[in-house]
Ligand binder design. Structure first.
Ligand SMILES: Nc1ncnc2c1ncn2[C@@H]1O[C@H](COP(=O)(O)OP(=O)(O)O)[C@@H](O)[C@H]1O
Ligand SMILES: [Mg+2]
Length: 277
């Protein structure tokens, strides 16, 4: 995974504007995030227009999770700003950020394995006191994910990977977020389940107006589901456009959608890749 270093001046100079700037629920400007001395995010800018689904595509290690952690306050950026619903939130505690209506479904789901499905969902509603509203939302969520209703009293640890992903998304929805960050919901799931989960993500967006920032290695599903997309390579955004146009792009087809012709997505294709800059 070698990419030649670019002179700093060239990086994201005009933050390749995929999304119209009009009414952005999330505006990330030039963030840099580190793990100790390692710079994982190198000046990333992106926007999520209110009510839309935006995806960030990138291979393993590109920095997708780091971007989401920086937005949700798990990690503080060394530079740059994160504006959510018109307010700067960089360097606020994750807890404060959740309260503002920003939900984060982490990579690997992280449900509470020893709690029941219902108790996991109630954990998502811990900031709320409107009992009737909570019950109504539980019913709404069972409408999207009937499998969860069937397993309501089971410990979450007994659920399949797909069901745990459904639970993790549902738990975040229980706080009625304005924006949901989704970290690779397709990871480790069968193609059929991935399809099912992405269909529900699209429904929740369309029916409830929840904005979404979806990071994925599964470019095919992400580009079918999202409205706008960014491509992340080694901590930098290298491409941005509507998903319709990205699907037509030769580079995207070759390096992100051509997995079947070249074995599994990942290493082999990745070594052949070029950069777009
Ligand atoms: N806790 C950590 N400590 C040190 N380096 C990390 C840590 N987490 C991630 N990294 C590094 O940061 C880069 C981006 O990682 P990550 O955001 O997890 O990528 P992605 O989610 O796209 O797979 C990678 O090079 C990874 O090795
Ligand atoms: Mg990740």
């Amino acid at each position: 995974m070698t990419v030649t270093a670019e002179p700093e001046t060239q990086v994201d100079a005009a933050p390749i504007a995929a999304a119209p700037a009009a009414d952005a629920i999330l505006k990330v400007s030039n963030i840099e995030s580190y793990y100790g001395p390692i710079m994982a995010i190198r000046g990333v800018s992106l926007e999520v227009p209110r009510g839309s689904i935006v995806t960030v595509l990138g291979a393993n290690g590109a920095g997708k999770t780091t971007i989401l952690k920086t937005i949700s306050g798990v990690l503080d950026p060394l530079k740059g700003t994160v504006e959510f619903d018109g307010k700067p939130i960089q360097r606020l505690d994750p807890d404060r950020i959740v309260r503002l209506g920003l939900g984060h479904v982490p990579e690997g789901r992280e449900v509470f394995p020893f709690l029941t499905v219902r108790d996991n969902l109630m954990m998502g509603a811990y900031l709320r006191t409107d009992t009737a509203g909570i019950e109504a939302d539980l019913e709404r969520i069972y409408g999207y994910f009937p499998r969860l209703k069937e397993r309501i009293s089971q410990p979450a640890g007994h659920l399949s990977g797909g069901e745990q992903q459904m639970l993790a998304i549902s738990r975040a929805l229980m706080n009625r977020p304005k924006l949901l960050l989704l970290d690779e919901p397709s990871l480790g799931l069968s193609p059929l389940l991935v399809k099912e989960i992405f269909a529900i993500i699209a429904r929740v967006n369309a029916e409830e107006g929840v904005s979404m920032l979806l990071v994925e290695q599964n470019a095919r599903m992400a580009l079918e589901t999202a409205h706008h997309g960014y491509v992340l390579e080694v901590g930098r955004i290298v491409m941005a456009d509507t998903c319709a146009r990205l699907r037509e792009s030769k580079d995207i087809q070759e390096f992100y959608l051509g997995a079947r012709d070249h074995g599994e997505r990942g290493e082999r294709r990745w070594k052949r890749k070029k950069t777009w800059r």
